[in-house]
Design a protein around this ligand. Sequence first.
Ligand SMILES: CC(C)(COP(=O)(O)OP(=O)(O)OC[C@H]1O[C@@H](n2cnc3c(N)ncnc32)[C@H](O)[C@@H]1OP(=O)(O)O)[C@@H](O)C(=O)NCCC(=O)NCCS
Length: 175
Amino acid sequence: MKSIKVKSPFSGIQVDYMQESDLPAVMEIERSSFTAPWDESSFREGIRSRNHHVYFLVIRHQQNPVAFINFWVVEEDAHIANFAVAPNYRNQGVGKYLFAESLISIRKLGGDHVSLEVRVSNIPAQYLYRQFGFQVVSIRENYYMDDHEDAYVFRLSNLREVDLCIDRGTHTHDR
Ligand SMILES: CC(C)(COP(=O)(O)OP(=O)(O)OC[C@H]1O[C@@H](n2cnc3c(N)ncnc32)[C@H](O)[C@@H]1OP(=O)(O)O)[C@@H](O)C(=O)NCCC(=O)NCCS
């Protein structure tokens, strides 16, 4: 069984469902993270639709959104569709923490097989996914519409067998 321990990066950090009031900060993160960002209506409609298969989570630090993730879960299958950390919060454990919290949520919702696409050039994200046991299962050629870069499809096929432990009481950094 794969065992992963993750610590909360700072005190004053909170994982929550995304609210419409988070959207200005979320859109700033989205636009600074991707060359072909989602538009605001995709987030707004996702939040409003209350589709019980689709989830948008944020991390707030001192009440301000600093990272978000979007995933869906249908029976045992889950897919992570969007995930980003604000540039000035990267490399401090925020992404790893939110990803771990999301996998725990996915597991509670019944998900066991989790997939996602990532640019072949996105080494930081791939490093993070591999730490959780994700592996490349295929390549989608010309997947990204803006520059035709290929995507790796990463998959974790047995989330229930991953021993995920989040320590929310001690912190890797303090800000
Ligand atoms: C990918 C991303 C979410 C990672 O978030 P983060 O908060 O910076 O990541 P963390 O600090 O939690 O680091 C997680 C792991 O990735 C590794 N990592 C982070 N940045 C890295 C880099 N530049 N190069 C190599 N590894 C890196 C770290 O080593 C860390 O593992 P460790 O602490 O156990 O060594 C963030 O870089 C980001 O938002 N990028 C732009 C959007 C994006 O690419 N989203 C994913 C689309 S598929």
